[in-house]
Design a protein around this ligand. Sequence first.
Ligand code: S3P
Ligand code: PEP
Length: 408
Amino acid sequence: MKVLLPHIRLTSDQQVVISGSKSESNRLLILQELFDDLIIDNISDADDVQAMQRALASTGDVIDVHHAGTTMRFLTAYYALCTERHLTLTGSNRMQERPIGVLVDALKQLGADITYEKKEGYPPLRIKGHVSRGGNITLPANISSQYITALMLIGAKLSEGVTLDLIGDITSRPYIEMTLQLLDQLGAQTHFEENSIVVKPIQQVASTHFTVESDWSSASYFYSMIALSPVGTTIRLKSYKKNSLQGDSKVAFLYEQLGVDTQYTVDDIVQLTKVAEAKSDFQADLIETPDLAQTIAVSCFGLGVSCTLTGLHTLKIKETDRLLALQNELTKLGAEVTINEASLQIEKADCLQAMVTIDTYQDHRMALAFAPLALKVPIVINEAEVVTKSYIKYWQDLQKIGFQVEEQ
Ligand SMILES: O=C(O)C1=C[C@@H](OP(=O)(O)O)[C@@H](O)[C@H](O)C1
Ligand SMILES: C=C(OP(=O)(O)O)C(=O)O
């Protein structure tokens, strides 16, 4: 599906209800499987979470998670616990290019029997249980935090728990902290200091009822829309808290530089208001919030703000090579973009090309991040259905707040 988004102005003072965090949801679904009787409210309806639910309900011997990275990684560890089952865990063509060797090697240190069905280090995997005791694991921490989360989630079920010795710089740290906090709420004893994480087995579940906060990465696209709107424009988003488990809640702080103010209300609504013009230069290290990179790059370009984003070395192993995809598509719009292994720089631009067709590279965040530019110029988004990976109702929600979404 291709969508044309004519140039519009946002209808101010609207409210959008965003589905639950995909990161919290997929962690809680694994924990629900490991520890009975957990009740999860406001669970995400995203494709990646549906992929997790389908997999956990399946008794088949081939499980396909499509594009869902967290689902792939968390299930690899989960199935390593299932001694009576032998199965193949696979995903989309892109998933078969996303590395998983660090996690497989870590699980092998605990005794797992996992082999590669195609390329060494990549899905599909053949998994035959065998992990039950737990123990010490050493693994690199600079490729994906999802490997660490996967091991922590099963650690709470293993008789000896797990002790993780992390090598190198830790990437996407807030996602590890989210896992720790959920495990703590569930009754695990955990400890994270410097490069060592300890998760002790849960003897007794402390809390059985979890309410997932709405997804902050999804909220970031509305920050972009407010930043690209005239001073005075507002929008309300539900349900969000000031003390979030999600690292991407830092978007509220980052967008202050682009003139967006955030107010938190007692009924878990955040109100975003454009209160000032953006500063002329934006710089940020996004090593803790990689999923915000596309949103911020597009906002800055649309605002004519020069921008330097660092800490982006993991972007090339996500749904696509996001640095390259951003460079290609922003260049079509008239931007001057420089990328290297871990950073992206956009020069201040005075005008945007209208009616450019944006390719999305099977990456939801390309479609999600470029759509707000319709507040500046008409734009076309190719394969617009990709958004469902994390945000099923995106195009409907945009229509509610004044966008015209014309399917072509
Ligand atoms: O644990 C999680 O829920 C996630 C961790 C991050 O991945 P990396 O740790 O691979 O950066 C993030 O990009 C992804 O969308 C969700
Ligand atoms: C990187 C992402 O997801 P995953 O790694 O879970 O596929 C994302 O949602 O931006």
